[in-house]
Design a protein around this ligand. Sequence first.
Ligand code: 3PG
Ligand code: MG
Length: 349
Amino acid sequence: MKKITDFNFGGKRVLVRCDFNVPLSEKGEILDDFRIRKTIPTIKYLIKKGAKVILMSHLGRPEGRQEKYSLKPIAKRLEKLLKKKVKFLDDYIGEKVEKEIEKMKEKDVILLENLRFHKEEKENETEFAKDLSKLGQIYINDAFAVCHRGHASVVGIPKYLPSGIGLLLEKEIENFKKIIEKPPLPLVAIFGGREADFRVINKISKIAKAILIGFLIKKEIEREKIALKYPRKIIFPIDGVDKKGENFDIGPRTIDIFKKEISKAKTIFWSGPLGKIEEKKFQRGTKEIAKAIIESGALSVIGGGETVEFFNKIGLAKKFSHLSTGGSAMLAFLAGEKLPGIEALKMRY
Ligand code: 3PG
Ligand code: MG
């Protein structure tokens, strides 16, 4: 797989697949720009090397062209972060686009409109991928969070252009390899959120000493105990913070038990909040466990959109060893699946 340092970018048009799929408010304001910020080093590197940078991404799951999924607000945020003009183009094809691309000078940056406004993106349609690839001379994938999708901009374009991985994607792979291949032991894994991913729980429980489970997915796992390879490693919450009889956060005794496990760990993987963190009164468990992880000094890798957004908000994000931009992609990667987006970069066409 080629790295960004293996290319000569001077004067070349470089198509960069990013994942700018960030949470937006009803009014279209960016609620968390973590994924955008994480791509800045790659973009800055390309600018420094004199590339003509063409950025592309998806946002949400639009059906055709839907204004509320426009990437326009992302262009504004990029301008702020890069401290430079980012030209927004509302399509990827047509005379206007061709002219704008033609006009590009070294170090210029363009952002294309949401790729999913065209259904051909998801269908990985050949002509669509070819047309996109014609915009650039080199393709860089820096979108770890979408590497589990076989979409045109992820697996199609690299068929037609010299391709490589961006700095963020490289870092994500490196960090997850640390966990998969030779993690400092003992390893403790924590699963919260609302859905249990048995592939990942099973895979990681092979090497983990303990698997700590949050309240919102407890029932699902109890129900599906048969799906667990190492049920004895699972530690369920024993008390909770309830609202009309239903538990929405782990309680103080559970926090103590979890903390004890965490203090013994050398590696910690965590995905999904332990309570209903949208409500302040159910944030305590997640916060306390985060603090315990930071104090433990263990190698800590944390992912899942909601969890990461929360730690950014409460200012703890920088305290962990690695915060992943991936959600489902991260889980698939940890489960040992080959991610199509990464595989596509390894092929020689
Ligand atoms: C994500 O947020 O999981 C990625 O951006 C991929 O989005 P998708 O699940 O809509 O394909
Ligand atoms: Mg997803």
